[in-house]
Design a protein around this ligand. Structure first.
Ligand code: Q46
Ligand code: ZN
Ligand code: ZN
Length: 306
């Protein structure tokens, strides 16, 4: 029987990558302790700042919200309804889970319904635009970024937090490295500093394995949506995740080392100044007021104008 390193009781989670096994109680203490370490190490935010957590109804974002509240941070939620309701009703289900979580903990949740706000669901908006050929993901990403920034600005939040975990970050890093996408590499990190009219963006879970978050959500009894968005199928990021998992299986800790060594190289300036801020000249979009480098309207306003 695998034993908890702290108390010797039966372990609930074994993390080969850390050579660490913990019982339920100690695991549920370990996760927020680690998160707090990362928040301080990367100077993500302070207890005085107001945080907006983007929640999707999945295990990562709901666990992140749970952890921040347990640590005593002021964190409200934001759910963006994309109107992806083909088949099992992905958007409806995930919204209900976010609402249940917020109600259970007495937390404030902002809900933005893209169709109500702009007249079209994400799949419909994608069909109307050139960007959406085949998959709505480009349009979806653009819309989510725009709406997160808008709510953060309108409601006066200092920080936007997302639930990206290590598996997500390592997969993005893997793709950017294969493409030697210097600009993306330079900007990929746990913190994207605030810009004029833009809140700081942080990823407090970037050093947690996906498995660790699944275990946390399960042991905390958080109800979350198991299914991925139906459009995620066949995504390149899933292909990279599978490859990284194969390597991780044979070499526990590989994903974490890949990511941490990258952060060090980035800090050392391997990809240019690591400030993360955009270099281009930005000006406020005449449509929505958000900073953009495009001449005239920002890409989101151009999309909804069509
Ligand atoms: S981008 Fe694409 Fe995701 Fe939007 S349409 Fe679904 S899979 S939710 S992260
Ligand atoms: Zn224990
Ligand atoms: Zn705009």
């Amino acid at each position: 029987m695998m034993k908890c390193r702290k108390c010797g009781e039966k372990a609930a989670v074994n993390m080969r990558q850390h050579k660490l096994a913990l019982c339920k109680q100690h695991y549920l203490e370990w996760v927020p302790e680690q998160a707090e370490r990362f928040i301080k190490k990367y100077r993500m935010f302070t207890p005085e700042e107001r945080i907006l957590v983007a929640v999707s109804g999945g295990k990562d974002s709901l666990s992140l919200w749970d952890i921040l509240i347990r640590l005593g941070y002021q964190a409200d939620g934001l759910y963006i309804s994309l109107g992806i309701d083909e088949g099992l009703g992905y958007s409806r289900q995930s919204q209900a889970l976010c609402e249940t979580f917020a109600a259970r903990h007495g937390l404030k949740l902002h809900v933005v319904d893209v169709a109500r706000e702009y007249g079209y669901t994400i799949p419909a908006l994608a069909e109307k635009s050139r960007r959406g050929q085949g998959k709505p993901c480009a349009v979806c990403g653009l819309t989510k970024r725009h709406e997160m920034n808008r709510i953060a600005r309108d409601w006066g939040y200092d920080v936007l937090a997302t639930g990206h975990n290590l598996d997500d970050e390592a997969a993005v890093l893997f793709g950017n490295t294969l493409a030697w996408a210097g600009d993306y590499l330079r900007r990929q990190g746990p913190v994207l500093p605030a810009g004029p009219g833009l809140a700081r963006k942080v990823k407090p879970l970037c050093r947690f394995y996906e498995r660790e978050m699944a275990a946390y959500a399960f042991l905390r009894g958080i109800e979350y949506i198991y299914d991925e968005c139906p459009f995620a199928q066949g995504a390149t990021s899933l292909y990279y995740k599978a490859i990284l998992n194969r390597m991780e299986n044979e070499r526990p800790g590989l994903k974490l080392t890949f990511y941490l060594n990258f952060l060090e190289a980035r800090q050392a300036g391997l990809f240019g100044p690591a400030s993360g801020a955009a270099d281009e000249e930005l000006h406020p979009c005449p449509g929505c007021g958000q900073p953009t480098s495009a001449p005239g309207l920002c890409s989101f306003c151009r999309l909804v104008q069509k």
